[in-house]
Design a protein around this ligand. Structure first.
Ligand code: CUA
Length: 179
């Protein structure tokens, strides 16, 4: 019975029973298989994006985004006042997440590659690109970098999918892909 102490105080020094060692072996083998499956599925299942993460101070990230906007702004989004930028293909593009907006609107060219940097100015947000199934957590103090090559023209919504307070549902942005 488990509620009474073991009669032999050194119970852990007893030899393993055959059943025990069998189960430990099965569990160990299974954990190795599951571990390898993560790597295998990343390569072949296209389930996880290959991205990079670096430490960065919010103000440093903001400065880079602002520099990009200053150089490549082509307009403003509706009456929101959010700038629209058209950075050159192959360049580093920055998207700021903050309460409660995605800034700025990126205009990218179809078939061209970009290094997309994502970071937060305040707390955790979620980058969800609609209608594609791309989800990235966006944290303050870190930048997530992914290499993207849009293969379809159109307007793609950026929705925040981590609850971030009273304005969470209004935190929507846009990435525009042009031919
Ligand atoms: Cu940002 Cu929810």
């Amino acid at each position: 019975m488990a509620i009474t102490p073991p009669t032999d105080r050194l119970w852990w020094k007893e030899p393993l029973s055959k059943t025990e060692i069998t189960w430990i072996s099965i569990a160990f083998a299974w954990s190795i298989i599951m571990f390898l499956a993560m790597i295998y599925w990343h390569m072949t299942g296209e389930q996880n994006l290959s991205n990079e993460a670096y430490r960065i101070k919010p103000e440093v990230f903001a400065a880079k985004a602002e520099a990009m906007v200053e150089q490549y702004q082509v307009g403003e989004e509706g009456d929101t006042g959010v700038p629209v930028v058209h950075p050159p293909p192959g360049s580093d593009v920055y998207l700021i997440a903050r309460l409660w907006e995605w800034w700025p609107v990126l205009e990218l060219e179809k078939g061209q590659s970009y290094r997309l940097h994502l970071s937060s100015m305040d707390w955790q947000h979620g980058f969800s690109l609609q209608p594609t199934n791309i989800n990235i957590q966006v944290h303050p103090g870190y930048e997530m970098v992914l290499t993207i090559t849009p293969n379809e023209a159109g307007e793609f919504g950026v929705v925040c999918n981590e609850y971030c307070g009273i304005g969470h549902h209004t935190m929507v942005g846009k990435i525009r892909v042009v031919e």
